[in-house]
Design a protein around this ligand. Structure first.
Ligand code: ARG
Length: 586
């Protein structure tokens, strides 16, 4: 069952359009929030388009206004609508019934917010996100992927979709040849166990330099790749140790962020590569290029994609093609979402086009399986350049989270919370607010754009600032209002009556009831910032309501408490979807 008002209106207007224009069966109802909220809550925008279609073709209508009127007249009776009016050239304005809004909120309170979950036409999806590279530290770009990917996965899960949360770590290729060879030179292989992630970074950089300046080393490193790929135990052991060291480090970050991921790195697909390439060969897609490499020509891009290098080695593209094949055919994912920076667009466009050429999937609208490349921009420093530390290193994720947490803790101590709370409460709140702020600062931006990293903006508690700090505190404030009332809210949810009488109550109620639409809107363009905007506006509506309406010991106490509770429930669901931990007291 879908409860959203927009959905209900679409159904009603659809019926009316079919009656008014039986010959225009392909016209979908165009319902949008009303441009002028004084005139209504929603508007139906079909009249003008229909007029353009039927004008001069012997129609009984004399203009869009009249069409609007006819649409109103054919609208089935419904308790969703309070009143209807026509504005300008045939826009039909709809005011929802207060009773219906209150009723739908009340149903949500009784049955849980799950009843507001959207229906998606897939049962299983795969989100490829985070995906850092072994032997390197996770950087702020991986933070974007981790946070955006986790939110999309949470939103899919909320919609009852089974999600394979895939960490496609970079754990294969030439890099490991040079790294292991260098390690064997510097440390005895039995000591590889004792290395730290910092050592690995240093060795990685040094081995990289050697590789490009010392031909003898280059040769040895390439040989090492072969040893690794053919399963030489010494090399394989060193490789697993290196992976394990990195894995532990990544895990620390995921644990702090509360992000769940299942690793199937590049190496996982290695044994399947010949199988996937065989499929492409069978379709006549693979040809030898001038350099003797196996490549796939991509006509619409006037370019080609190398899948087997001239020395017989595989590459990033062969792995991604194989992973795509595996995910569609073995894991049976109906929707695959890849969350990476925009810099990888060309690679993705190429191998995904090959997947289509092979007939593995199609990107026709509404056809499944479907594949989406969810891109994001750069994180910039105050200087407008890619975020770096003072020593010009890329910023480490762990440091960034530590900093956010410690700044929040300092702010709480300044407000004297260390005297009121236990040390554990202080720690937990600083964590919830600090990490929540990092995530929200990331998610509130349209992911396709670059954004500038700034701790002060991210952690500000100034009332006008759109930060997680303010949102989390707003939620805590609502909880304390409910607590102060001394009422058993669970009981009230079931027995109390919700009325939306004055304008602030109505505005808040309407916005609460629009939660399902905000979630649906996110799916249109895979933009989590739409949910952040919704959440921010929800707090604004709540603040207006609370300034204007007394809750405790007012004549409307019960009803208003229910409205507070509904706001808190929706806020918590938004937090959950955004991966933010709520706080219950201030
Ligand atoms: N390891 C890559 C990087 O750090 C991201 C991998 C993204 N996923 C994929 N299937 N290619 O840039």
């Amino acid at each position: 069952m879908v409860w959203g008002a927009k959905y209900q209106l679409e159904k009603l207007f659809n019926e009316s359009l079919k009656i008014t224009f039986p010959e225009e069966l392909d016209v979908d109802p165009a319902i949008a929030p009303c441009q002028n909220p004084k005139l209504g809550d929603y508007q139906c925008n079909n009249a003008m388009g229909l007029w353009a279609k039927v004008k001069g073709k012997g129609t009984q209508f004399r203009g869009p206004q009249q069409i609007g009127q006819a649409i109103i007249e054919s609208l089935p009776k419904s308790d969703v609508i309070e009143s209807l009016s026509i504005a300008g050239p045939g826009f039909v304005n709809v005011k929802l019934s207060n009773h219906w809004i209150a009723e739908s909120i009340h149903k949500m309170l009784v049955h849980g917010i799950e009843i507001w979950a959207p229906k998606l036409p897939v049962k299983r999806a795969l989100v490829d996100f985070s995906s850092p590279n072994i032997a390197k530290e996770m950087h702020v770009g991986h933070l974007r992927s981790t946070i955006i990917g986790d939110t999309l996965a949470r939103m899919l899960e909320y919609s009852n979709v089974e999600v394979l949360r895939r960490n496609h770590v970079g754990d294969w290729g030439t890099l490991f040849g040079m790294l292991i060879e260098y390690l064997f030179e510097k440390v005895h292989y039995s000591k590889v166990n004792d290395l730290t992630i910092g050592d690995l970074e240093t060795f990685y950089k040094a081995s990289n330099l050697r590789y490009y300046s010392d031909p003898v080393f280059e040769e040895k490193a390439q040989q090492a790749v072969v040893s690794l790929q053919t399963g030489d135990k010494r090399y394989l052991d060193a490789w697993s140790h290196i992976c394990e060291i990195s894995r532990k480090e990544f895990e620390k970050v995921y644990q702090r962020l509360g992000v769940d991921l299942e690793e199937k790195g590049e190496s996982y697909y290695n044994p399947f590569i010949p199988l996937a390439l065989e499929q492409l060969r069978g379709k006549g897609l693979i040809k030898k290029d001038k350099k003797g490499a196996d490549a796939i020509f991509i006509e619409e891009k006037k370019s080609s994609l190398t899948v087997v290098k001239s020395n017989g080695g595989y590459n990033y593209a062969s792995t991604d093609l194989t992973a795509l094949w595996y995910r569609l055919n073995v894991e049976k994912a109906e929707w695959i979402l890849y969350v990476t920076d925009v810099g990888q667009s060309e690679h993705f466009e190429k191998f995904l086009t090959v997947g289509k050429q092979a007939g593995w999937y199609s990107d026709e609208d509404k056809r499944y399986p479907k594949v989406s490349h969810v891109i994001f921009g750069l994180v910039l420093g105050e200087d407008g350049k890619k975020l770096r530390t003072r020593s010009s290193e890329t910023v480490k994720l762990v440091d960034l989270l530590d900093e956010a947490k410690s700044r929040c803790k300092a702010a709480l101590i300044e407000r004297g919370k260390h005297n009121e709370w236990t040390a554990e409460e202080l720690e937990k709140t600083a964590e919830a607010v600090g990490y929540g702020a990092v995530k929200y600062y990331e998610l509130k931006n349209n992911r396709t754009t670059n954004y500038t990293f700034n701790y002060d903006q991210m952690l500000s508690d100034k009332v006008w600032c759109n930060t997680a700090v303010n949102l989390v505190y707003a939620h805590a404030r609502i909880c304390s209002i409910i607590e102060k009332s001394g009422k058993d809210i669970e009981k009230l949810n079931k027995t109390g009556k919700l009325d939306l009488i004055n304008s602030h109550e109505r505005m808040l109620g309407l916005h609460v009831a629009q939660f399902p639409e905000a979630v649906e809107e996110v799916w249109k363009n895979l933009l989590p910032n739409v949910l952040c905007e919704y959440l921010y506006k929800l707090t604004e509506c709540f603040n207006k309501f609370y300034t204007d309406c007394q809750v405790i010991r007012s004549a409307e106490e019960e009803s208003r408490l229910l409205l507070c509770e509904a706001t808190a429930v929706v806020m918590r669901q938004c937090f959950y979807l955004l991966g933010i931990t709520p706080v219950y007291k201030l």
